[in-house]
Design a protein around this ligand. Structure first.
Ligand SMILES: *Cc1c(COP(=O)(O)O)cnc(C)c1O
Length: 416
């Protein structure tokens, strides 16, 4: 399509002036303006779960749009939000008693950070420092960038970013360093919360760590009165094989952030859940203790209706069986990637498969070349530098996923 006035996200227009225009989507496939079908191997940036334009979710959106489009959520409520809250909570630990709506993963994390700091402030405690993990990613707003890995992406904005404490990523053999670092910082009286992506660091390079380590980190936080904030924006909704990544470790976080798969990938919506104590520390006749957060479209009824329809699919369709089927095919792919001499670090977590091709970092020259290679094969696979990963919709078939594995092996073969 001809370059227009639109400034696209994460796009260097000097290098990629041409956008692919997509006109429709169905299941795991996109169709572009020329009628070419593209396999959506990354679920359109990790949001699509059941497949694009799922008829049940589309119908729910249609019905809700004609009934109640939008209403202020302060002092008001509506059935789609109430039903969504009630049904979501049946999938979550009972301890997560309160739910706050917003509209993106970044805002869900911002809300979590404000809940944590408000909680301690209103209890008269001075805790205010946030602990995060090396290579973490929590969004692109100023507050979430502060908590994420710093680098080329954040450098121009550094003067605006607040200081956080960082613990090392628990790479194999370095697990004890991570736990020791957490133990040391958790002891400090100013430490408020550990903000973490459970089991899988997505944008940081699809890096995985084991459930036992998450459980140990949760135990350290609990021992020192530090809140555990689980950013399950990517890992939630079955991506890792369980509903939450925390479920693999039997961990119940104090605050939980969900977005991406929340409407099956159909509309923007997010929620932040917390324990009753955090709500209670804000509960007061003193208006200064109000949780001062909102966005214009908080709990938009149409988005909530899409969320309800998504939860209905979880109840009535074999979603878990599909997740397991995708995971099984990814395990076959894993073995094939592991056997290739130019592929390193092949790893799998549930439906996600990742590996490094050749050498280099995020801004290595390999990334754009790989992107072109996969684009040429009509596969939407968007490498993070030389890290190639598949994070497909749960309706993906064995044939479709094998074609992706084949393409990754071919890309590795093509390296001189
Ligand atoms: C994508 C993502 C976010 C940000 O979500 P947006 O909806 O893009 O704002 C936050 N945390 C994690 C772990 C993510 O993967």
């Amino acid at each position: 399509m001809k370059p227009g006035p639109i400034w696209h996200p994460f796009t260097q227009h000097a290098l990629f002036p041409q956008m692919r225009a997509i006109t429709s989507a169905s299941g795991a496939w996109l169709t572009d303006a020329k009628g070419t079908r593209v396999f959506d191997a990354i679920s359109s940036w990790w949001v699509v779960t059941h497949g694009h334009c799922h008829p049940h979710i589309v119908q729910a959106i249609r019905d809700q749009a004609g009934r109640l489009d939008q209403v202020i959520f302060a002092g008001h409520t509506h059935e789609p939000a109430e039903r969504f809250a009630e049904q979501l909570m049946t999938h979550l630990p009972d301890a997560l008693a309160r739910i706050f709506f917003s509209d993106s993963g970044s805002t869900a994390v911002e809300v979590a950070l404000k809940m944590a700091l408000g909680h301690f402030r209103h209890r008269g405690e001075t805790r205010h420092r946030i602990v995060v993990m090396e290579h973490g990613y929590h969004g692109d707003t100023v507050g979430t960038m502060s908590a994420g890995e710093r680098g080329a992406f954040t450098q121009p904005y550094d003067p605006l970013l607040y200081a956080v404490d960082r613990i090392p990523f628990p790479a194999p053999g370095r697990e004890q360093d991570t736990l020791d670092a957490l133990e040391a910082v958790a002891r400090k009286p100013e430490t408020a919360a550990l903000l973490i992506e459970p089991l899988a660091l997505g944008a940081g390079g699809m890096l995985f760590y084991p459930p036992a380590l998450l459980a140990e980190m949760a135990a350290i936080c609990a021992r020192h009165g530090v809140l555990l904030i689980a950013d399950e924006v990517m890992t939630g909704w079955g991506r890792t094989g369980r509903f939450l990544a925390c479920d693999h470790a039997g961990v119940v976080p104090d605050i939980l952030c969900l977005s991406k798969g929340i409407t099956g990938g159909h509309l923007p919506l997010a929620v932040t859940l917390c324990r009753e104590e955090i709500f209670q520390s804000h509960w007061s006749t003193d208006r200064r203790r109000t949780f001062f957060h909102s966005s214009s479209y908080t709990a938009n009824p149409i988005a909530c209706a899409a969320g309800v329809a998504n939860l209905e699919l979880w109840a009535r369709e074999p979603v878990q069986a599909r997740i397991e089927a995708v995971a099984a095919v990814q395990t076959e792919g894993l073995a094939r990637l592991q056997a290739h001499p130019k592929i390193t670090g092949a790893r799998q977590l549930g439906t996600i498969l990742a590996a490094e091709i050749g050498a280099g970092g995020y801004l290595s020259d390999l990334g754009p070349g790989l992107l072109r290679f996969f684009t040429g094969r009509n596969l939407l696979i968007r490498p993070l530098g030389n890290t190639v990963y598949l994070l497909p919709p749960y309706c993906s078939t064995r044939t479709e996923l094998r074609a992706c594995h084949d393409a990754i092996l071919e890309a590795a073969d093509a390296l001189g």
